[in-house]
Every structure is written in C-alpha cells, then in structure tokens.
Write a new protein. Sequence first.
Length: 411
Amino acid sequence: MSEQSGGAGSPDGVPSSNAGNQSRRERQSRSNRNNRPRSNPFAGDPSIEFLKGYVYDVGPKSKDQFSTTTEALVNTSKETEVSGKEEVASSTAFDPNNLRFDPILDPPTPAKIDDIVKMEIWKLQLKEAHAKRNDRQDVINAAYSIVRKQCSDAQWNLVESHKDHAEVQAKMDVIGLLKLIRNALYSGATTRNSCVSAQDAMVKLFTFRQSKTMENADYLKKFKELTELVAFNGTIIGVKETRVTDMIKEIAKDKNVPTEDEYEKAKDMAQEQFHAILLIRHADKNRFGQLIAYLENSFTMGEDRYPRTVTKAYEILVNYKKFVQHAHDASEHGMSYHTKQTNNNETHVPREDQIMEEEAVAELEEPVAEEEEEQVVVYETTSGEETEMVNTTFLKKTLTQEIQITALAIP
C-alpha cells in the first residue's frame, strides 16, 4: 500500500498524529521541569549575621566569593565572644592575597640583668606578648569554626580529602584551612598529584593577562591570588642564583660571606622583583603597551627602570600616562601629528583651547598647489626701443609660510 493511500505514512501537508503526541509530551515534560521545586543555594550559618551571604561553595563564581568572604572574616574578633582581642592582627591576617598572622615575638632580654628598671619593663613586655598570643588563639579558634560553618558540603568534601587536612584540623589552623579551600577552588580537586597541582598553578599564573575591561585593582587582586596559589603548592619562582647574588651585593655587609638572614632576604627580594615585572608585562597591552616597550628599551640602553616590588609596579600602572597621537590634515609632503599625554584610566576629551589651536593650524596648513608661470611683458625704453622682459615667478607655499621668488631677465 502506498503512503498516499492512507498507509503508515501521512499525506503531504497533513500533520501526523504521532508528531502531535510527541509535541504534547515535550511540552508536558518542560512544564514538569519548571514546576519541580528548586533547591536553595547554600547560604551558610544563618546565626552568623556579619557573614550573611558570604560563603565558600563550588560553582562558577566561587573564586570571586573566596576573596569577598575571606575579607569579611576581619569582623571575627569584633562580632563574636572574642570581641576586642587581637583586632589589629586579625584584620591583616585575613587578606586573601596574603593569608598569614604576623608573629608575636618576645621582647629581647636586657643586656644588663642587674638593671632593675629595665628588667621590670622587660617582664611587663613579656607578659603582654604572652597575653597577645593567647588572645590570638581565641580569634583563630573562633574563626576556624566560622569558616567551617560557611563551607558547603561539596566544598568541605574537597577540603577533607586533602592530605594536610588532618594536621590543619588538629591545630585549628584557620590560615591553613583557608589555603586548602583556595587550592580546592582553583584546582577543583585536592587529591591530585602534587607535581600536577604545582604545574597547573604555574600555568594559571603565567597565562593570566589583564583584559581590556579589567580594573587595575581587580587585576592586582587576581594576580596575588595566583602567586599565593603557586607558593602554596610548593613552587618557588624567580629565585635564580645569579639574581640572588646581585641582591646580596646590595644588602650584605660582607658580600662574600652573607649571613643566613641576608641570604633569605635576598631570595625574597629576587622573587618580589620577579613578580613585579610579571605584573607589568601581563598588564593590558592596549593601555600599557607603550610602558612595557619603554622599560624594555631603557634596559637595552643600559638603564634598568623595572620596579623592584609589586607595590611599586601597581603604583606605576595606576599613575602611568601614555602619549596619544592625533593626525592633522597634511599636504602632499607628508602627515602631521599632534601628540599629547593622557592618563590611561581617563576618557580623552580635547580642551576648548586645544580645539581652537588645531582649527587655526589646519586653516594655516591648507595645501596650495605649486605654481610656475612665465610672463612676457613689452616695455618701452627711453630710446624708444621695445625690449622684451621675461618675468619668471615661482610661487611656493609650505605648511607655515609662503615664499615668492621673482627673477627678471633683461637682455
């Protein structure tokens, strides 16, 4: 039986009943999906008011959330039962780009222990240092508990699987915990081979670039996060022995026999400059291309103008001004440019006096074609004879002046 006689198929232009049923089923399926109850996003512990909306979770925006949530932890010592304790130290410790507590050191022992006054002062300072360390531990314990409550189950599972988690938990090390969270957010796993994690961290750092729309502050924050990630995975970059030796020559009292502290400081200086130059070189080429070329050319000419610290490199990016060239009308002899200096973060609008000046220059520079003409004029001399005088005039106008040359030839 043919399809046109009403068999298994349908005549042309007539919709099939099977197609209609399938369409209805698809619509019903979509309706069921839309009516399905949606799971609420993880919101953290509702009892922690000062961290409402600040969580550690997995997802597309989790990396940005890490910075904002960690910065909000500065209020730990202000909003909890440890209020008033170690506020200054905790405010600097929860910098997502520099996760650490500055050490609280004991005061140096007086040189003369028989000096009663100095010994009493030393005892008071020693007691104060012990009290500060105890206060700090209270802050750390409270912050550790808070961070744990602000972690979603998915995020915490990644943290627990890390080989260092047991040690971090035993010490209630909140800084160590935050580093585990950050590592899990960037790597997506904590049970990977350590070499793979270290290599991936370096790849992320060296392939990171400032985009055309990225603000300088956001660029610095992201850059520091990646350098911290590299350090967390145990990789030290930028500490080449020859560069460390150069730093030792600058700071060591005895360049040939530096102390251990001087050697460690030289290593830190070498790494800091490496990061500073990397920050400059990976900045947006559209805004800072001229700056990058200038630094390279200056070094080629024997003058090293590269920044030594990340702070100085960032200061250069923020305050750098670039030159912008504007083309003017020109004669057939070439193009004329007006160059002005502009800030890389501002919109460039010409001033009124600049516009008037440019209009005046354009009018003055209106091209005039060169002319050459020869005139033959008949003059009558005193003797009554007619003499031909050839008057050859060359007329030439340049961009800024008009030169007229007249040559008279009388035979």
